[in-house]
Design a protein around this ligand. Structure first.
Ligand code: F0G
Length: 454
């Protein structure tokens, strides 16, 4: 059979609410044209993020009932620890309430002013947590990946020659760790090859620099390696993931992505001295090391999710459904970051809306119009999110795991094509309020003249 179906059936449903265009106009104005500030009940299809938005399985819900809520020594923690150790090989598993808490603890322990942390592309919270310690976050994506249209199999790879130059200029002593984000979220949800991981490992070992994975979407990355990298076709996604983790010295992980959990994360390391310092900090802000800011039932959901996500049927469907959205809009003229990523499709709004300059946030204009037109929420990944560090003006359509069916995606395709047909009428925005950190969450905008006047 050629048709790839959702490899699950639906046992519990949540209603979606339609709104009128007039209502959406009002919600937009009230929210300062920032989609983060719109109430979720007024969103029809929510593609803001794939984080914490997964549908949990019957096995996960069942496991939650056996959650051991003991303050110390919870059985649920040891179950999670066994799963994570089997997957990653790391000795120390430190649970946190989500990925950024793991980042904050890791960077607080490892970084200070004068340090530089390279990554293929830092996610916004990763960059912010590094900069908060006074260190510098440097993105080293492949030079070829700057062309959004280039169809490379592993466009998330880190620029190894660039890393070598950086180490020479900075000196290894000022680089406390190198990170690799799998898949490269801000770079378009693109995978990193095993060969690239191995090359980065070799270089960091030579200079005595620890290598960490930002492992949020490790299973999707493993699937791309199996499908695209010579030598891995007969490996299971789990075997590939096990090898990926074993090339690193530690990881940060947001369980809100490839563990299908609604909350959670962890920090891993093999370094006993670091782990002791990390656990000290954990107790200050997250909790005792056997729960780290989570309920016992959350630890259970993560443990089960980490095994489910490596299922071949699931990963085949997952990557195919993201590709379905990508191909259906790209083949009809909407420029996307090629090839389609794992968890999301990124529209190259800079290319789609050349009449809106970067300073007027073309991807934000597109996000607003998609909501106004069809009640779809997406997120700007461009100059609003990254300021002057933005390399592109992208609009991300992130697909929650196991949540939407093909007809939902067909609706999204139809809406995007309709907006694309009258793209010349879209107008840009100016920022009228901005906070100090992570401004995309709460910035407020004002439309520049003529926006939406059709
Ligand atoms: N690293 C990457 C690559 C991420 O994509 C995220 C979150 C984090 C770290 C932080 O994890 O949210 O659990 O604290 N990304 C979400 C997104 C928010 O929408 O892409 P967190």
């Amino acid at each position: 059979m050629k048709t790839i179906i959702e490899p699950f059936r639906i046992k519990s449903v949540e209603p979606l609410h339609h709104t009128s265009r007039e209502q959406r106009e009002q919600f937009l104005a009230e929210a300062g044209f920032n989609l983060f500030l719109i109430e979720a009940k007024n969103i029809l299809i929510d593609l803001l993020t794939d984080s914490g938005t997964s549908a949990m399985s019957t096995a996960q819900w069942a496991a939650m009932m056996r959650g051991d809520e003991s303050y110390a020594g919870s059985e649920s923690f040891f179950r999670l620890k066994r799963v994570v150790e089997d997957l990653t090989g790391f000795r120390h598993v430190i649970p946190t309430h989500q990925g950024r808490a793991a980042e904050r603890i890791l960077f607080t322990v490892m970084c200070r002013a004068g340090h530089t942390v390279p990554n293929n592309t830092h996610f916004d919270t990763t960059r912010a947590n590094i900069e908060f310690t006074g260190a510098r976050a440097v993105d080293l994506p492949l030079p070829e990946s700057s062309d959004t249209q280039a169809r490379l199999p592993f466009k998330g790879n880190l620029d190894v020659a660039g890393l070598e130059r950086l180490i020479t200029v900075e000196g290894a002593g000022r680089i406390p760790l190198v990170m690799l984000t799998v898949t490269d979220n801000s770079g378009g949800g693109q995978p990193v090859s095993m060969a690239n991981l191995e090359a980065v490992r070799q270089l960091t070992t030579r200079h005595g620099i620890p290598l960490y994975l930002d492992a949020c979407r490790f299973a999707e990355n493993a699937w791309f390696i199996q499908q695209r990298e010579p030598g891995y076709a007969s490996w299971s996604p789990k075997q590939i993931a096990q090898k990926m983790f074993r090339l690193a010295d530690g990881c940060t992980f947001s369980a809100k992505k490839d563990a299908f959990a609604n909350i959670g994360g962890f920090l891993c390391t093999n370094d006993d001295r670091l782990a002791a310092q990390e656990k000290d900090l954990l107790i200050l802000t997250e909790g005792f090391p056997t729960y780290g800011g989570l309920a016992g039932r959350d630890l259970e959901a993560i443990a089960v999710g980490l095994e489910e996500v490596l299922d071949t049927d699931y990963l085949r469907y997952r990557i195919a459904s993201t590709g379905y959205l990508g191909r259906h809009i790209a083949d009809r003229g909407v420029p996307i970051v090629e090839p389609p990523g794992g968890h999301a499709i990124y529209i190259d709004a800079g290319r789609m809306l050349p009449h809106i300059p970067r300073s007027q946030f073309p991807a934000q204009a597109l996000a607003v119009e998609l909501y106004r037109h069809a009640g779809i929420r997406s997120v700007e990944i461009g100059s609003v999110m990254f300021g002057e560090n933005a390399k592109h003006e992208l609009l991300r359509l992130a697909i929650p795991r196991r949540v939407y069916t093909q007809s939902h995606i067909d609706y999204v395709v139809e809406a995007i094509l309709e907006v694309n047909a009258r793209k010349n009428e879209l107008r840009g925005f100016e920022i009228v309020y901005e906070p100090k950190f992570l401004r995309h969450f709460s910035a407020r905008f004002q439309p520049l003249t003529g926006h939406g006047q059709i």
